[in-house]
Design a protein around this ligand. Structure first.
Ligand SMILES: Nc1nc2c(c(=O)[nH]1)N[C@H]1C(S)=C(S)[C@@H](COP(=O)(O)OP(=O)(O)OC[C@H]3O[C@@H](n4cnc5c(=O)[nH]c(N)nc54)[C@H](O)[C@@H]3O)O[C@H]1N2
Ligand SMILES: Nc1nc2c(c(=O)[nH]1)N[C@H]1C(S)=C(S)[C@@H](COP(=O)(O)OP(=O)(O)OC[C@H]3O[C@@H](n4cnc5c(=O)[nH]c(N)nc54)[C@H](O)[C@@H]3O)O[C@H]1N2
Ligand code: SF4
Ligand SMILES: [Mo]
Length: 803
């Protein structure tokens, strides 16, 4: 209660607890953070969620780490014997250990790991941690990229040369039709949820692909209740209907994609001018692609895209036998191959594979065409799959048919303020031939972008393959809960020579470190942010978020820790001699905005960055810019994938641990297991916060009532979830919207909430609730290494009284 003599302050900022990054006003009474509200004047400030409102509970929680700790007992001892040490001791010892490892084994023997910026304030420091990793010379950066970012950022690069929908965000304000595929913004990104409600009010249509009837699914024009992991087939099936009925943008496909290019039937490579027996008039470019001109009734060559209408005469569907240097070869256009593959996935077949009603499928196809422009987002439901890459490409292919790419109301890259890059990619030498661990097995996967998967990390530690990892620098990330096979993870992390972990709380993962550093929460630190992603206005916004209150105990921000550690590692020269303020000035310089201006405008400023559309048509050096793929076109057919032994088209691959592939498991594990995130908690966090935990006391698993009934299970019963890999417990909750054979669990349960007497759960035992003990790492996406947290085989039974 504020009294007359109390001092109340309102601090504008934004909530950094999840990807939504909602604009906020914090209320501080007598130096204490007491309340958190949305700031309607901020571009993302329309609303905040319960997690945001619980921020003061997080800040003042009694279990916050308040000083650096050093382990005094061996790893594996139930009591780590933590002793309090000073920051100087902690960082000097860390620097000495890291330098020793780099000297004796090379800097790549040290891996750097971060919590996902979508689920923590690591977004504040991500670029600086990456810079530290690069300046140190490590190749290995772990950040759940294979589970959370691959489909949105990595996989679609092979189609568009751009990250869709990660960077090319759905323009919800202008979309005619919104498509959410394995994405539930009501839970995951409040800003998108608000914008979706507004879009529906103005008449936009909505398609949701989800095994569960989620919030958005219940408001959708079409809800496609897909069977987990069969999304690739569904995308082909919808595309098949669109192609059959002529519901696709043929001009766009001709002008901007490789749809009209001919493919050799013998090698699977695209036909080149140099392959032909006779020359094509007017070309001396042997590498040019070849297409069929309907107007000239002749073969013609094609280089990079030539602009709107330039290829109107090319045949989309065509088969020809062509005289080549190696004899006659049957050739087919890319589009013919696409169309054949999609038509094979008839509505009847899709009903069988995906469990999706054929009428719903046709209706979805109709809306995607007749209500375009289409804006889409796809996330967790299709990321954690054993065919994550081809699912993302199948959705991308479907999207290409709509012609909505980078159109207003489609998926658009919004402009943001100009900034200097900070990640330090220039600091790491490419000449020495050293790579991230996964590069050797999956050269097109996360390793290509400098990321290492968690499984690759474990293998590097335990097997020394492809080279040994001996040290780990962790900023958050609770790997043992967030990744499959936590038991192997525990063994791996226990075997490291040296680990330092920075976190706000002690986690089962941090518990295996040698040194633990206390991190200040986002509410206790200043940070610089470029862009809030969800709209042109939001993306043009730049803000210097103020501290709400002083750091708790001796805790320090991730960014301060990075800068201090960098100096102690002798890297001060590329870290502005430890001055975060100088680094911010460098980051900001090209924008023309100053720190002083930002300090004077705590709500942030509009950089007036102007979003333009169809940027691929802009002229650069006399020709359209095209796409950042090897051919400059959207590559429906990927020769790069082909060259690495993968399917060049997004052929459907059933889940690797599913009924179609693992007949041997069908009897013991007849149910299909998936999972979803929790509205009230971010991943493995927040269970210790009373206002949230009170509303969700225990881990739950959703079952169809019929599935429960035949097993004698009632709502609220403790059940055991079992797979070939493990067994854990959860409370049954009935969900009649599920297909009866589908079961949906929750991950991230380990923490207790002492304040209300809610229990914790053993992260490693069968009586605990660590969902990811159920999942193995052997059946993974061959391109990315993504692990199928979202499609597995399981059985559920009631826990007996003797258990
Ligand atoms: N409240 C809250 N917000 C968060 C987070 C959180 O933990 N809690 N985490 C943040 C992070 S790191 C992320 S990555 C985002 C993720 O945000 P979302 O991707 O929206 O996360 P989920 O709700 O887990 O998954 C979306 C939907 O996928 C469905 N699904 C499950 N299996 C399949 C499948 O096989 N196919 C399809 N098509 N759908 C399937 C689930 O039923 C679920 O409704 O949220 C961020 N925001
Ligand atoms: N079964 C299943 N498994 C999943 C998922 C799923 O949906 N189902 N989701 C996957 C996805 S999408 C993701 S992104 C990963 C997430 O996995 P992680 O990135 O590991 O996220 P969390 O499990 O929430 O752990 C975050 C840790 O960071 C700490 N932390 C929070 N804020 C900060 C901060 O500002 N600084 C520092 N230094 N530490 C901080 C927290 O206290 C916590 O210990 O999990 C993946 N695992
Ligand atoms: S949705 Fe909630 S947790 Fe996420 S940024 Fe907004 S208020 Fe914070
Ligand atoms: Mo994530």
């Amino acid at each position: 209660m504020s009294t007359d003599s109390s001092r109340t302050e309102h601090v504008a900022g934004y909530c950094a607890l999840c990807v939504s990054r909602c604009g906020t006003i914090a209320t501080v009474v007598d130096g204490r953070f007491v309340a958190f509200e949305p700031d309607p004047l901020h571009p993302t400030g329309q609303a905040i969620c319960a997690k945001g409102r619980a921020a003061p509970e997080l800040v003042y929680h009694v279990e916050r780490l308040t000083h650096p700790l050093r382990r005094t007992r061996p790893k594996g001892d139930p009591d780590p014997g933590w002793e309090r040490i000073s920051w100087d001791e902690a960082l000097d010892e860390t620097a000495a250990q890291l330098r020793r490892l780099a000297r004796d084994h090379g800097p790549e023997s040290v891996a750097f790991a971060v919590a996902s910026p979508s689920t923590s304030a690591l977004s504040d420091a991500l670029g600086w941690v990456e810079r530290l990793k690069n300046a140190f010379g490590s190749r290995n950066f772990i950040g759940a990229f294979e589970l959370c970012g691959w489909g949105r950022y990595g996989a679609t690069l092979s189609t568009f040369g751009e990250s869709v929908p990660g960077v090319y965000m759905p323009d919800l304000e202008h979309a005619g039709c919104i498509l959410y595929w394995g994405y539930n913004p009501n839970l995951a990104r409040l800003t998108h949820a608000v914008a979706t409600t507004d879009a529906l009010k103005r008449g936009a249509r909505l398609i949701v692909v989800d095994p569960r009837r989620t919030g958005p699914a219940s408001k959708a024009d079409v809800w496609l209740r897909v069977r987990p992991g069969t999304d690739g087939a569904l995308a082909l099936g919808i595309a098949g209907v669109m192609i059959e009925r002529g519901w696709f943008d043929a001009d766009f496909l001709r002008d901007w994609t490789n749809a009209p290019m001919l493919v050799r039937g013998d090698t699977g490579r695209l036909l080149r001018a140099g392959d032909l027996e006779g020359a094509i008039a007017g070309t001396d470019d042997a590498a040019a692609f070849v297409a069929w001109s309907e107007q000239d009734e002749a073969l013609v060559t094609c280089g990079r895209p030539a602009g709107d209408g330039a290829r109107a005469h090319l045949a989309l569907e065509r088969k020809l036998t062509i005289e080549t240097g190696s004899g006659p070869v049957d050739c087919t256009t890319v589009f013919s191959l696409v169309a054949e593959m999609c038509r094979r996935h008839t509505p009847e077949l899709i009903e069988e594979i995906c469990g999706v009603d054929r009428a719903h499928l046709v209706e979805a196809a109709r809306l995607l065409w007749h209500e375009r422009p289409v804006a889409y987002y796809a996330w967790s439901g299709v990321e954690m799959q054993s065919s994550a890459t081809q699912i993302a490409r199948a959705i991308a292919q479907l999207y290409a048919l709509t012609g909505s790419f980078d159109r207003q109301g489609g998926n658009v890259r919004y402009a943001s303020a100009a900034a200097n890059p900070i990640e330090g990619h220039d600091l790491i030498s490419r000449a020495d031939g050293r790579h991230a661990l996964g590069f050797y097995e999956r050269p097109l996967g996360p390793a290509r972008f400098g990321f290492t998967t968690t499984e690759e990390l474990y293998r590097g530690i335990l097997e020394g393959q492809p080279y040994a990892i001996r040290g780990l620098v962790g900023f958050g990330t609770n790997l043992l809960l967030s990744h499959a096979d936590g038991l192997r993870g525990r063994e791996a992390l226990s075997a490291l020579e040296f680990t330092v972990y920075a976190d706000l709380f002690m986690s089962p993962t941090a518990e295996l470190a040698d040194i633990v550093l206390p991190v200040a929460s986002a509410f206790e630190t200043e940070t610089l942010r470029f862009g809030f992603e969800v709209s042109p206005e939001a993306q043009s916004h730049v803000q210097l978020r103020r501290r709400v209150v002083d750091p708790i105990g001796e805790s320090r921000s991730d960014t301060d820790i990075v800068f201090d550690l960098a100096c102690r590692l002798g890297l001060g020269e590329v870290f502005w001699d430890g001055s975060v303020e100088a680094a911010y000035r460098h980051h900001l310089a090209p924008s023309g905005i100053t720190l002083e201006e930002l300090r004077a405008h705590p709500r942030g400023v509009d950089a007036k960055a102007r979003t333009t559309y169809r940027k691929f048509t802009e002229t650069v050096d006399g020709a359209p810019r095209g796409f950042a793929t090897p051919s400059g076109m959207i590559e429906l057919y990927s020769e790069t994938l082909l060259a690495h032994g993968y399917a060049p088209l997004p052929e459907y691959e059933p889940p690797l641990v599913g009924p179609a592939t693992r007949g041997d498991l069908r009897e013991r594990f007849p149910l299909i297991l998936t999972c979803a995130k929790h509205l009230l908690f971010c991943e493995s966090q927040n269970r210790q916060l009373p206002s949230l935990r009170r509303r969700a006391l225990e881990p739950e698993v959703e079952l169809h009532p019929e599935t429960a009934e035949v097993r004698g299970i009632a709502g609220g019963d403790w059940v055991r979830l079992e797979t070939e890999r493990g067994s854990v417990r959860a409370r049954a909750r009935m969900n009649p919207s599920l297909e009866p054979r589908v079961v949906c669990g929750q991950h991230g349960w380990w923490q207790a909430c002492e304040a209300i007497g809610a229990p914790g759960y053993d992260p490693f035992g069968r009586d605990g609730a660590n969902f990811n003990l159920l999942i193995g790492c052997d059946a993974i996406d061959p391109v990315s290494g993504s692990v199928p947290h979202r499609a597995y085989l399981c059985e559920v039974r009631k826990v007996s009284s003797s258990e």
